[in-house]
Design a binder for this molecule. Structure first.
Ligand SMILES: [Zn+2]
Length: 234
């Protein structure tokens, strides 16, 4: 996967280049698919407003994203992660890179609309699955996550502030890790392929069915039992 950056960013590019290569290869293995043809750019603060993106308005600085507005589609990584990313541990940057890569893999084929929690869950769970495969410990990172932010992943409603968005993502990470521990990583392949085959908009109920069934035996019951997944906080 090509990775481009300005020469003065070489120091910052080095670890990122490793995370990209690990994620690209490992996601291909986990999902049993040919990785999509994509490119990654490390963009400096002063060039941020000129980076390719889907909308005309520049995006907030420091937030990585994936865009199909260029060919090949591109992963845009900022020089410095925004301070909204928390907790800040050795796992923050690799998890963030793998999250965006997972979006890129999913969007490598046509996908119907899904509830926000579902698309983001898939990216968070896939990112955690890469961490497991490459031996990046997540305990320290997970232990610093606020488990009761006052909403659940299904109860979360946008538009929300950056802090709540982060709490939402962190709840999904907890749910993803719990699913991996309970069912192993095989469900990810099932979810990705199910989404690629789906040809009607996936509503909340259908998303729950797809995920529960992909998890395997007892998946639906397990999902319904999870605190992160309730309609409202317990
Ligand atoms: Zn995302």
């Amino acid at each position: 996967m090509p990775f481009l950056y300005a020469p003065r960013l070489a120091g910052k590019a080095r670890p990122l280049s490793g995370y990209l290569a690990q994620g690209y290869k490992t996601l291909g293995q986990i999902l049993c698919v040919e990785p999509p043809r994509i490119i990654a750019f490390l963009v400096s603060d002063e060039d941020w407003n000129r980076a390719p993106r889907d909308n005309t308005r520049p995006y907030p600085p420091g937030l990585p994203y994936f865009t199909r507005s260029v060919e090949p589609p591109a992963l845009i990584l900022p020089e410095e992660l925004s301070t909204v990313f928390r907790p800040r541990t050795a796992a923050t940057l690799p998890l963030t890179v793998w999250h965006e890569l997972a979006h890129a893999f999913l969007l490598g084929r046509e996908v119907v609309r899904t509830p926000a929690w579902f698309g983001e869950f898939v990216a968070q769970a896939a990112s955690a699955a890469v961490a497991r495969r490459v031996g990046l410990p997540l305990e320290g990172h997970l232990s610093r996550i606020e488990r009761e932010p006052g909403f659940t992943v299904r109860g979360f409603r946008g538009p929300a502030g950056a802090e709540d968005q982060m709490s939402f993502q962190n709840l999904l990470l907890l749910l993803g890790v719990a699913a991996l521990e309970e069912f192993g990583e095989g469900f990810l392949q099932g979810v990705f392929h199910a989404l690629w085959e789906e040809d009607e908009i996936v509503d909340g109920e259908r998303a729950e069915e797809l995920l529960g069934d992909s998890l395997g035996q007892g998946g639906r019951e397990w999902l319904e039992s999870r605190p992160e997944f309730q309609e409202d906080p317990l």
